[in-house]
Design a protein around this ligand. Structure first.
Ligand SMILES: NC(=O)c1ccc[n+]([C@@H]2O[C@H](COP(=O)([O-])OP(=O)(O)OC[C@H]3O[C@@H](n4cnc5c(N)ncnc54)[C@H](OP(=O)(O)O)[C@@H]3O)[C@@H](O)[C@H]2O)c1
Length: 228
């Protein structure tokens, strides 16, 4: 695993009390990133942070209310339930100005998985937050179930990453790599609608084969000197 940050940035995970957010928190904290779990309720954030620190065996994760978490971090990751995507962003907008927002939202109903209609959740986030926030879409295809397993080991899945801002995308690629995932730049924010839709395929595969962690791997990159 690698990371290119000389000093590790603080990462806030907004809605980090849930399945996907807490899995990402564990992976980053495990490799030394200071992580803040955000929640609508301070007590819940602190409780989940405490539980995750117990798993880690060290105090790397703190808990704050979502807005305070966003204000205290350099990079924010949004992992609230998909139904709350727009409302959560509206309430967080001023706290997110000047930051990178990583949007992990896949608007797919687990019970009846189908591709969402455009625009992508990440494009909606960018429109709502304005151009002082650099939105990066990522992790929509990474199963929460996989994140919490074998911390410190490389995950057998790729992260497809979309953004209109290449430097921000590269920072998130570095973060994904540090957490044990290969991340590939997959175009601008509008491409993220396809990545969200792929989640419908993965959920369908999980259901049909009775598994929990179907994920994606892109071939054809063997021997390519990927930017780390
Ligand atoms: N689960 C996966 O495998 C997976 C994989 C890839 C991407 N994702 C994406 O990650 C996101 C979260 O999924 P999840 O499975 O982790 O969800 P989850 O565990 O059901 O919930 C995540 C968090 O959302 C917050 N929340 C619930 N209602 C809210 C509301 N009305 N306003 C603001 N926050 C609210 C809750 O935090 P508080 O109550 O603490 O505020 C909750 O802990 C979704 O967009 C999903 O598409 C999930």
């Amino acid at each position: 695993m690698s990371d290119n940050f000389a000093v590790k940035p603080v990462i806030a995970i907004l809605g980090g009390t849930g399945k996907e957010g807490s899995g990402l928190a564990l992976r980053w904290a495990y490799v030394g990133y200071p992580v803040i779990i955000g929640s609508r309720q301070l007590e819940k954030a602190q409780m989940i942070a405490g539980e995750l620190n117990k798993i880690l065996g060290k105090e790397m994760i703190t808990g704050l209310e979502n807005n305070h978490a966003a204000e205290s971090a350099e990079i924010c990751v949004l992992t609230v339930v998909q139904e709350a995507h727009q409302a959560a962003l509206k309430s967080l907008s001023s706290s997110l100005q000047g930051k990178i927002l990583v949007d992990a939202t896949a608007r797919v109903d687990f019970r009846a998985p189908a591709p969402p209609t455009p625009p992508s959740a990440a494009r909606m986030a960018q429109n709502l937050l304005g151009d002082q926030v650099n939105v990066v879409a990522a992790f929509q295809n990474v199963p929460a179930h996989s994140l919490k397993k074998k911390l410190g080991e490389t995950l057998d899945c790729d992260v497809l990453l979309c953004s209109d801002d290449i430097p921000s995308a590269q920072k998130v690629i570095d973060l994904a790599n540090a957490a044990g995932m290969r991340a590939l730049f997959a175009g601008g924010l509008d491409n993220a609608i396809v990545v969200e839709g792929l989640t419908a395929l993965l959920i369908s595969i999980n259901k049909y084969y009775g598994i929990k962690n179907a994920s994606l791997f892109i071939s054809g990159l063997e021997g390519h000197p990927l930017k780390s």
